[in-house]
Design a protein around this ligand. Structure first.
Ligand code: HEM
Length: 538
């Protein structure tokens, strides 16, 4: 009984006037026929075989047989919550996106996740965490599909299957070992040294967050914003938690994995249930949209690089608060479908080669994971903006498909939609000059520096945090069987920081290798660039 459930953001979770699932007074079939018996199958006599005729038995078992859908290929384990985002208007000069106008309130759904672990894995494994936010804006869905680390493993999407195959469990026995501790992981990241910066973040305390409420989020890639006058700027997105950034110690993470494998999802649900609503400020680092898309020698199209906040301060554009738990884990948290290509006007992508591959990958995988092309109609994925997409049919089509002439243009249907006739209402791809006379399989030379950012991050840590990093490398590399892999990775640590390499070498009982790159120096904030940071306030 009671009203049909809606999600806390007002999305109806039951569709249709009579289909208030699980709220009827009597037990029924899926078709609504009342039942008298659900404990004993229809048989030919008390000791006889079961009859195929038992339609209730067949429906019950058949539905059960199909209860599982494929888990996500990555980020399979997750927990989510509803909330809202309120813009402070600071981004109005940069973007015409309506949800970033001063005072605009937008419902959101946020899913946190572990990248590597399967759906049933433990929460507190050392891993990168997903931080994916769906904004139900009045102009359509905007998804900010980020992580809790500012840099990514790889520079080009073509390496993503290799990366994921290296970090997932061994295919011969499906034993995950300590998630990121097996030879495959260290083999890959020591051969593809572009991964060294991300690995350093993972081995730091950020790899074992104390709570989802205490994680930063990063969009990682550089995006392009467009304002009402058509002026563009480049930005990196940041989420700053009101509760600060806190981590577990390794011992706590291990104990929690045994005592409470649901440690992080329970923490999130309990906090919201008790009214302690977690919140984050959303901010942007802003860079001029120059031809070379570089900033202080850092290539803004390279997703393995971050820009230190000393060089480009994070400027806050709004605040998100999570205030309601999902009412149906499967319907909401499992079926939510994020996509970096869910953009609204005023926000566009750049040519970061990792981002470009992502634009293809998410819809492609969701076609399988969510069984067909109509997953945008699942209540949790529905936009709050009016839709007239002229897409037709496909499995589970449940929308009103409108008039008789679903093509554009047409003169037969009074409901034929208009095209937005000006930029004030429509998404416009930012025109960009493409400087190429021929196709290549090359990347820019600025992608070749694989160690300086690992050094920069490591040297920004406190002595205790550095100690934790050394312990994490020692523990995880200590689980490797292949001596050559350990030695290769140790060689890279020598490129990152001498003292770190010495500590880990001592723990592993291996001599310290020679560094193969020139000694790293601390990053220097040049006065000219810090002025650029200041001269691009939002
Ligand atoms: C999930 C692909 C890089 C963040 C996924 C999924 C795929 C995927 C196939 C599963 C989606 C689903 O089943 O709904 C890729 C590819 C990448 C890439 C091909 C590189 C080319 C990244 C990066 C980030 C990221 C750089 C962070 C900035 C996420 C998050 C999820 C996810 C947060 C989970 C979304 C959710 O909660 O449902 N990715 N990914 N991915 N990815 Fe990526």
């Amino acid at each position: 009984h009671g009203p049909a459930p809606t999600s806390p953001t007002g999305i109806p979770l039951d569709v249709g006037p009579t289909y208030a699932a699980q709220h009827g007074e009597y037990l029924t079939t899926a078709g609504g026929t009342r039942l008298r018996e659900t404990d004993i199958s229809l048989k030919a006599g008390p000791r006889g075989p079961i009859l195929l005729r038992d339609h209730h038995l067949r429906e019950k078992i058949t539905h059960f047989d199909h209860e599982r859908i494929p888990e996500r290929v990555v980020h399979a384990r997750g927990a989510a919550a509803h909330g809202h985002f309120e813009a402070n208007g600071a981004a109005e000069r940069l973007t015409c996106a309506a949800f970033l106008r001063s005072g605009a309130q937008t419902p959101v759904f946020l899913r946190f996740s572990n990248v590597v672990g399967s759906r049933g894995s433990m929460d507190t494994a050392r891993d990168t965490r997903g931080f994916a936010t769906k904004f139900y804006t009045e102009e359509g869905i905007f998804d900010l599909v980020g992580n809790n680390m500012a840099v990514f493993f790889i520079q080009d999407g073509i390496k993503f299957p290799d990366l994921v195959h290296a970090v997932k469990p061994n295919p011969s026995n499906e034993i995950p070992q300590a998630q990121s501790a097996h030879d495959g992981f260290w083999d890959f990241v020591s051969l593809r040294t572009e991964a060294q910066a991300h690995t350093m973040w993972q081995m730091s305390d950020r790899g074992i967050p104390r709570s989802y409420r205490m994680m930063e989020g990063f969009g990682v890639h550089t995006f392009r914003l467009v304002n009402a006058d058509g002026a563009t700027s480049l930005v990196k997105w940041h989420w700053k938690p009101a509760s600060g950034v806190h981590s577990l110690t390794w011992e706590e993470a291990q104990l929690a994995a045994g005592n409470d494998p649901d440690y992080l999802r329970r923490d999130l649900a309990d906090a919201i249930e008790s009214g302690a609503f977690p919140s984050w400020d959303l901010g942007v680092q802003v860079f001029p949209d120059t031809e070379d898309q570089m900033f202080d020698g850092i290539d803004l199209l390279d997703p393995t690089k971050f820009v230190p906040e000393e060089l480009a301060p994070v400027q806050i554009v709004g605040t998100m608060t999570l205030d309601a738990n999902p009412v149906n884990y499967f319907a909401e948290t499992e079926q939510v479908a994020f996509h970096p290509g869910h953009l609204v006007r005023g926000i566009d992508v750049t040519n970061d080669p990792l981002l470009q591959a992502r634009l293809f990958s998410y819809i492609d995988t969701q076609l399988t994971r969510l069984a067909g092309p109509n997953f945008e109609q699942i209540p949790i994925n529905r936009t709050h903006a009016p839709v007239n997409d002229m897409l037709r049919d496909g499995s589970h089509q449940s929308g009103d498909q409108g008039g008789a002439a679903p093509y554009h243009p047409n003169s037969l249907d009074a409901g034929c939609p208009f095209m937005a006739d000006d930029t004030s209402a429509a998404f416009i791809d930012v025109p960009e000059e493409v400087a190429a006379s021929h196709t290549v399989r090359e990347q820019s030379a600025s992608f070749d520096d694989h160690f300086s950012q690992a050094t920069l991050f490591y040297r920004s840590l406190t002595p205790v945090e550095r100690e934790h990093v050394a312990q994490a490398y020692s523990f995880e590399l200590g689980k490797c069987f292949e001596q050559a892999v350990k030695e290769r990775q140790l060689g890279h640590l020598a490129n990152i920081d001498d003292e770190l390499a010495e500590r880990v070498a001592a723990a592993l009982g291996i001599p310290v290798p020679e560094s193969t790159v020139p000694p790293a120096t601390d990053v220097e904030v040049s006065p000219a660039l810090s002025q650029v940071g200041e001269s691009w306030p939002v």
